[in-house]
Design a protein around this ligand. Sequence first.
Ligand code: HEM
Length: 549
Amino acid sequence: MHGRRGFLLALTPRPVCPPRMLPVTEHLLHLLGVEKTTFRLYAMSVLLLSLLFFLFRLLMQFLRLCWSFYITCRRLSCFPQPPRRNWLLGHLGMYLPNERGLQDEKKVLDNMHHVILVWIGPVLPLLVLVHPDYIKPLVGASAAIAPKDDLFYGFLKPWLGDGLLLSKGDKWSRHRRLLTPAFHFDILKPYMKIFNQCTDIMHSKWWRLAQGSVVSLDMFEHVSLMTLDSLQKCVFSYNSNCQEKMSDYISAIIELSALVVRRQYRLHHHIDFIYCLTADGRRFRQACDTVHRFTTEVIQERRQALRQQGAEAWLKGKQGKTLDFIDVLLLARDEDGKELSDEDIRAEADTFMFEGHDTTSSGLSWVLFNLAKYPEYQEKCREEIQEVMKGRELEELEWDDLTQLPFTTMCIKESLRQFPPVTLVSRRCTEDIKLPDGRIIPKGIICLVSIYGTHHNPTVWPDSKELHRTELCHGRDACGRGVDAAALPPERGPNAQGAAEARTHPAHGERHLAQRGAAASAGLSTGAALRFPGAQAPPGEAQAPPPRS
Ligand code: HEM
């Protein structure tokens, strides 16, 4: 028996002991109720090792982020910051582009005059530049070193696409070159007729309303419609009669402008996924569709006519007529003879409709507000204009008259200084940038060029609140102020190509200098600056809208 058992034992294969892998793998297989085979043990071990490796990489990345955050904080410690709300929110919501926020910003400017550090939440630092000498290195850097930043412009993307305002790099430079003819004086001059026409419509509406029971008007609403009417005629040669009867296209633009501003104020709306599900998000999408449909139809119709007739015959047919923006874009060719695609043209046209109406209506509303507040200046402007119009049959301002209105021009520019329609522009630094005092803006930081802050910086405008008179001021030397203070045309700024274009095509540069209207730039172009007494309307008094950021 014993011998037999011994024989049987010898014949029975001994169980092969599976190699010991990670001890935890056996336990895991047991937990999963899966049989422990060699293959499964190997597979599970490899899987676990990969997971460990992945977690290790993640941890390393996190540590690297913490380290670079720590280094950035150390490098930023040389910049002063106003007191935060708390460690979690930082300065979030403290300096919104409304009346209260702008007044708070002015208080900060009493103590901090160059660069101010603010925190959006606990981990996002921003540097706010409020002095021309400190803005210069940033706007003078190339587009690669200080590109536009998506954080602040991103909300406009579904509407404006890759138009000039939002595009970057090569696309931006190519389009800027292609769009230059659109700003030539010869193109702009005939638009004076359109501006006069649209303003007349607005005036006659006011007369009508003033004779009825209406005693107060929301100027911003009227001026917005007037600027949109002008733009629609200049960009598309399209008369929608929107000042008398609202069109779908115009109301969609007005709605989009309001929705973009509202989205900035609601933090949870910043996440695209959440925004799409909200009522605002749905309205935004619908309004975008309406705007895009209109623009696309105009472009397609026009391109078809151009194809059918050929460029020469088509241009001949336009002789004596005003070339509109779509014509200019359709005819534009780059160095290789390539034209803009329909999508590119749509983006540029939508950008002009937005940039052109939002800024000018805010600027003009503030001019009206200031002229109403200072009747003595209003009277001087009226006298100046009446003098230019004397003896004319047709009550229309012409292109050449614009240089004959120095006092009115000063009023407009001073109003733009005190209430700039665009309060901020943002740039992300992809390299360290050295400031005049030796401090460094660290790579990766988002900088906000505060146009409002610069216009109200007491070291640039020490007597901003005191001057009650018109003073002649010949730039920085005579006034002791930065002439180039708040004039921040991107074409002179954040890249070399832009700067070159501004020189070769002064029309665009001048236009922006005039429109962005720091009194500093008034010093540049007219040699004169006017101050309205009292830089800011007391709270509650302002009737015109807050500037856009
Ligand atoms: C008072 C009037 C205006 C003001 C205050 C103003 C202000 C500005 C500012 C500050 C920027 C720079 C944005 C940035 O670089 O981040 C800008 C860009 C731009 N503006 Fe104006 N603007 C005015 C009128 C207009 C008008 C009437 C148009 C067109 C009809 C226009 C078209 C543009 C375009 C296309 C850009 C993008 C330029 C580029 O990046 O190359 N703007 N504007």
